[in-house]
Write a protein that binds this ligand. Structure first.
Ligand code: HT9
Ligand code: FE2
Length: 347
């Protein structure tokens, strides 16, 4: 099929208390996240013994994909590399080269466009290839999959299951959340011809598709895990503030679906299962958090289908009218103005 390996490209997370601060410094290098915010986030990690679940979840998802590849008779070894923590993608690409790997397909663990979710993974590829030198393998990144039917259906089932846990009350409100980003980053995420805001429009579209499949007429899209200085506008409302607003409106039961994430990593288990759940309890609201899609067998099928689609140049299976984006070669932007970083104010 022309490719020697699949690179599982993810965010990374600490696996012990001493790794938390160096990890956070990697994440926020040069990004103007205030020191107080870092210390606050370090606390969240320390509640779990300094161990983020993200690496374990990625290893489990990789095992499922390896099984799916074997079941479909595809001979494609899977390598794991991260942006911010070991196994670092630079080391992984060096190992690929040592193993004689020449052409690589990369699967990024984010379904969406935008700087943090898409373009920054291209930068990771560029950095890793540069670190490895002139004979670095060629790395082709797979496309965004926020509107793939397997992604949508896995999340819709998880939302239905969360409603069932609350007894399928007709008055339960469904709330989708995704990681907030600076408004300027959302505007810069392209496509320029459509006025930008690719990230928030894709999140809204995924929520619409999931709600339609789950038969939910009324729902909200909100944001979580903001950082950055308070005077910089980020996407709002925050999930916790939104629970206050729903309470004020008399809502007594909520299902929260973290549609912006593929796995139950730290921002899900802290910001939702802890902070949001606690606020709901204070308001006497019933609360259920829907599962993320990586634990659904259809997630491994999705990854293998994206591989097949790419190598056979098949038409993209997608449910939204948005054009397919995110596929890049050696980290070069997939199109002009795609997922640009926000212009940072001079400091
Ligand atoms: C859009 C988006 C996704 C979804 C797409 C994707 O999945 O890639 C995502 C995922 C994640 N974000 C994560 C963790 C963190 N994100 C931070 C900071 C930031 N995220 C941002 C955006 C996103 N982040 C932004 C604009 C910042 C500000 C600083 C900057 O411009 O970079 C910080 C620094 C402290 C803080 O400021 O909160 C941490 C620790 C983890 C791992 C959790 C674990 O360890 O289990 C994951 C999967
Ligand atoms: Fe983040």
């Amino acid at each position: 099929m022309g490719y020697d390996a699949l690179l599982w490209l993810s965010f990374g997370g600490p696996e012990g208390p001493d790794e938390v601060m160096p990890f956070l410094e990697n994440v926020t290098r040069g990004r103007g996240v205030p020191r107080e915010r870092l210390l606050e986030v370090a606390e969240h990690y320390q509640h779990f013994g300094g161990v983020s679940p993200i690496n374990r979840l990625n290893r489990a998802a990789i095992a499922a994909v390896e099984k799916q590849l074997a079941a479909e008779g595809l001979d494609l070894p899977v390598y794991f590399g991260n942006r911010n923590w070991q196994p670092m993608v630079e080391d992984t690409v060096a190992r690929m080269k040592a193993d004689g790997v020449r052409r690589v397909l990369a699967f990024p663990t984010s379904a969406y466009g935008g700087y943090s979710a898409c373009r920054q993974y291209d930068e990771d590829i560029v950095r890793a290839r540069e670190a490895v030198g002139p004979d670095a393998p060629e790395i082709v990144k797979l496309r965004q999959f926020f509107d793939h039917p397997l992604f949508v259906t896995a999340i819709a089932d998880a939302v239905r299951a969360a409603h069932a846990r609350l007894g399928d009350r007709p008055d339960t409100r469904t709330v989708f959340t995704a990681h907030s980003v600076p408004v300027s980053a959302d505007v810069a995420s392209g496509p320029p011809a459509e006025g930008g805001r690719r990230y928030s429009r894709q999140i809204a579209e995924a929520a619409r598709l999931v709600a339609a499949e789950a038969g939910i007429a009324e729902y909200d899209v909100v944001w979580q895990s903001r950082s950055g200085p308070p005077q910089v506008p980020w996407l709002e409302p925050d999930i916790v503030d939104h629970l206050d607003a729903l309470h004020a409106d008399g809502v007594k039961s909520v299902v929260v679906s973290p549609i912006g994430f593929v796995s139950d990593h730290l921002e899900v288990i802290w910001d939702l299962d802890n902070e949001a759940a606690e606020r709901a309890a204070e308001h006497g609201m019933a609360f259920a958090r829907a599962a993320t899609p990586d634990v659904d067998p259809r997630f491994a099928e999705l990854v293998v289908e994206l591989v097949r689609e790419h190598v056979s140049a098949a038409p993209a299976r997608k449910l939204s009218p948005f054009s397919a984006a995110g596929c890049s070669v050696n980290g070069a932007p997939c199109s002009v103005g795609c997922c640009e970083p926000a212009k940072r104010p001079a400091r």
